[in-house]
Write a protein that binds this ligand. Structure first.
Ligand code: DAT
Ligand code: MG
Length: 155
């Protein structure tokens, strides 16, 4: 079994504008990923400089930041076995036109930067991103009736 991990998701302004928040969240809920943090976040320039530092030299960087600041985003923290990779699988690859059918990006979007969702891509980045957007007291531990199906305790 992989480790139990936490990973960060941001539902981007296009998800909000297109009324796809519920549809997207439902996919993670159905999978069994546990929501342990969830809130609106108004991103600013400094937050995006940090979050997208790996893209700072790209020609689309300014446009990407502007896109991400159009509305609040929904920040979420999911928990589960191998959650980082499981969430990325459900999200699909960056370009929606090359993402696999059945993924969120392939099923609901057509172009970058409007690919609906951000998800952490490594253990190191997940830790940094959860801490960047959530204070410790905004991450919750609680029992769910379905925990036994999700954390492998059987029926
Ligand atoms: P991902 O979001 O799959 O982790 P990334 O970290 O390489 O991908 O890029 C972050 C976001 O930047 C991506 O979700 C959409 C935007 N982006 C990436 N490549 C782009 C491009 N060629 N033109 C415009 N936006 C782009
Ligand atoms: Mg990325």
């Amino acid at each position: 079994m992989p480790d139990i991990q936490k990973t960060l998701v941001l539902l981007k302004p296009d998800a909000l504008q297109r009324d796809l928040l519920g549809e997207i969240i439902a996919r993670f809920e159905r999978k069994g990923l546990k929501i342990v943090g969830m809130k609106f976040i108004r991103l600013n320039d400094a937050m995006l400089d940090e979050h997208y530092a790996h893209l700072a030299d790209k020609p689309f960087f300014a446009g990407l930041k502007k896109f991400m600041m159009q509305t609040p985003v929904v920040g979420m923290v999911f928990e589960g076995f191998g959650a980082i990779e499981e969430v990325r699988k459900i999200v699909g690859s960056t370009n929606p036109l090359s993402a696999d059918a059945g993924t969120i990006r392939a099923d609901f979007s057509m172009a970058v930067p409007s690919n609906l969702i951000h998800a952490s891509d490594s253990v190191e980045n997940a830790q940094a991103e959860v801490n960047r957007f959530f204070a410790p007291e905004e991450i919750f531990q609680y029992e769910k009736i379905t925990d036994k199906f999700v954390f492998g305790e059987g029926i």
